[in-house]
Design a protein. Structure first.
Length: 137
């Protein structure tokens, strides 16, 4: 009986910690580099997403960081951060937390025109929020 309770507790904690974007607020440091594009999130498909997205050029070798600043989005399983250019998706990765400021690194080797950053639900196959990117002056 004791083993059953121990295993049940372990599985319960494991299920609580997996899959869902964390509700804890992240506060990643502001990246070094130059902001090349930015935009404000707007909710889509009856969902509320707020905050801002900025693309930082980190170096001349094609390293970039997308920073989600003050993000607040619905808390559910399967949310992803998606960064699109005019030609392709350059980043598609799990959202680490549904609240706070967070950074995601990626590489782009070609000259690109930035399109948008979205919060995408893999469960409903819908964008919950989108920040249309505008070139930074």
């Amino acid at each position: 009986m004791t083993n059953y309770i121990t295993i049940s507790c372990f599985l319960g904690l494991l299920l609580l910690s997996c899959g869902k974007g964390s509700r804890s607020t992240l506060n990643d440091p502001i990246p070094s580099g130059t902001i090349v594009a930015m935009g404000q999130f707007e909710g889509l498909n009856s969902k509320t997403v707020t905050g801002a997205a900025s693309i930082y050029k980190v170096n001349t070798e094609g390293s970039f960081i997308v920073r989600l600043e003050g993000i607040a989005s619905p808390s559910e399983n399967g949310l992803q951060v998606v960064v699109k250019t005019s030609d392709t998706t350059v980043l598609k990765t799990p959202l680490r937390s549904t609240n706070g400021s967070q950074n995601y690194s990626f590489t782009v080797t070609d000259i690109v025109t930035w399109s948008y950053v979205s919060i995408f639900s893999t469960l409903s196959n819908l964008n919950y929020g989108m920040a249309i990117l505008k070139k930074s002056d």
